[in-house]
Design a binder for this molecule. Structure first.
Ligand code: TRP
Length: 463
């Protein structure tokens, strides 16, 4: 009998090892959460959606939808101690309901594969910017120079593919070695260092003379910009940045020691993740306005604003290089978690080694990545539905698959699992438990469903 098949959930052990401590788990989930979503995607998506109103909706989604979903994922993962597909199958059966809930796990594995196929490409952009900054290409550069450097880079599909390949190779390497080795150490250093460097950048952006304008853009809501499509995008960003809705956190929860507090860990992760995103916004928008740029510039926004800022500051070559190294690390620790559910599933289901599973699934993801590589050059005019292949992948995974996965996960934890099981994992039935249960049973499911139906126009207008 496999060691994760004990009947008593408290006696189950994961086949993939366990985190060495509570801190190790928080670091690993933070490493998963903090990534390109905070520093690359958050600013440009805020820019495209008009600023303050979007940010407030996003923050609300993090608190009332993101937190309960994250806690549900961790508690389910720890109770099942298997890959997300097997965990949902087991818990469904154990609660006397249907084992078919495993379909939710399967959708998550698929979402992870699709998200990583584009995430790794952007990870590759970051990697190439380590070399660009290290070789001094941004020193004293003008907005025109950095913009043309970026456009030239994105326009060359073979260069982008090269870096994408390296990034994917790095991800496969770490996943093949296992979750604890390497990952804990990397995150322990990376998150504080990234935070510190963001604070340095913040000082620079305060000095740019346009800080007030940036703050106003980020926090002053212009409610005329509010549409349901925008609310859906804000909700998708909340899921994406917290790494929830596809089982990554569930997979990590499977390696969580029995005594660790789940609400405490989830809160720590959400606070650090949100602070880094807001910090990124506070750094980038003043720079956008100081240089007369357009906040709605799109996916290349940070690859222009930050090189510009670094180019003008003393020691800029050093700081820029360090920054892109850290961002690459942040992307790397996130990419690992996107692959973990698929790899854990292959190892358990087909009895393969981690290395075999990582290489097999990694190659598939790498091949799919060409859809995104080509979206910014050869196939940039090939558009349908939401735009390029990249735009469609982004919308399908972040705005549809993650919220749908999250909806089914909270419904599972809130309605399918019985009170005793969830209270057992969440440390008793005190006030925190009651709040979680109310959010998981009522607020989050209705919220997600409502935004969905509104965004596709299936609910009548009442304003
Ligand atoms: N949260 C990461 C970021 O912000 C991306 C990520 C990692 C992710 N794992 C995930 C997103 C799982 C959704 C699901 O960059």
């Amino acid at each position: 009998m496999l060691s994760n098949q004990a009947a008593d959930p408290a006696k189950r052990k994961s086949l993939h090892g366990h985190w060495s401590s509570r801190m190790a788990f928080i670091l690993a989930v933070t490493g998963s959460a903090v990534g390109l979503g905070n520093i690359w995607r958050f600013p440009y998506i805020v820019g495209e959606n008009g600023g303050g109103a979007f940010v407030l909706v996003y923050l609300a989604c993090v608190v009332v939808i993101g937190m309960p979903v994250m806690m549900s994922e961790i508690l389910m993962g720890r109770r099942g101690r298997r890959n997300p597909i097997a965990t949902m199958e087991l818990l469904g059966a154990e609660e006397g309901k249907s084992p078919n809930w495993k379909v939710v796990g399967a959708m998550g594995v698929l979402a992870g594969v699709l998200i990583l196929s584009y995430y790794a490409v952007v990870g590759g952009w970051t990697l190439s910017y380590v070399l660009k900054s290290g070789s001094g290409q941004f020193a004293n550069a003008t907005p025109e120079i950095v913009t043309s450097l970026r456009d030239k880079f994105l326009g060359s599909w073979s260069t982008v593919a090269l870096y994408h390949t390296i990034f994917m190779g790095l991800t496969i390497f770490v996943v093949a070695r296992g979750v604890e080795r390497g990952l804990e150490q990397a995150v322990r250093f990376m998150v504080p260092a990234l935070l510190l460097l963001m604070v340095v950048l913040l000082g620079y952006s305060i000095a740019s003379g346009h800080f007030g304008e940036g703050v106003a853009f980020l926090f002053k809501p212009d409610w005329s910009k509010l549409t349901w499509d925008m609310v859906l995008t804000a909700m998708g960003q909340a899921f994406f940045t917290l790494s929830i809705g596809m089982g990554a956190v569930m997979a990590y929860g499977a390696y969580l020691p029995e005594e660790t507090s789940i609400p405490g860990s989830a809160t720590a992760v959400a606070i650090s993740d949100t602070s880094i995103a807001l910090l990124a916004g506070l750094v980038i928008f003043p720079l956008v306005f100081a240089n007369g740029m357009d906040p709605g510039d799109g996916p290349g926004l940070v690859f222009v604003t930050l090189p510009l800022a670094f180019g003008q500051m003393p020691g800029g070559v050093f700081f820029a290089t360090l920054f892109f190294v850290l961002l690459t690390f942040a992307a790397w620790t996130s990419a690992i978690s996107l692959m973990e559910p698929a790899v854990a599933w292959i190892v358990e289901r087909f009895n393969k080694t981690r290395a075999q599973a990582a290489v097999a699934i990694g190659l598939l993801i790498w091949a799919l990545g060409f859809g995104t590589v080509l979206s910014f050059n050869v196939l940039s005019d090939f558009t349908f539905w939401r735009g390029t292949i990249f735009d469609n992948l982004d919308h399908l995974t972040l705005n549809i698959m993650l919220p749908l996965g999250g909806l089914l996960i909270v419904v599972f934890a809130g309605w399918v699992m019985c009170r005793n099981s969830t209270a057992d994992e969440l440390g008793g039935s005190g006030a925190v438990y009651k709040l979680w249960r109310f959010l998981a049973r009522v607020v989050a499911p209705i919220g997600i469903l409502f935004v969905f139906l509104k965004a596709v126009g299936l609910l009548p207008e009442f304003s």
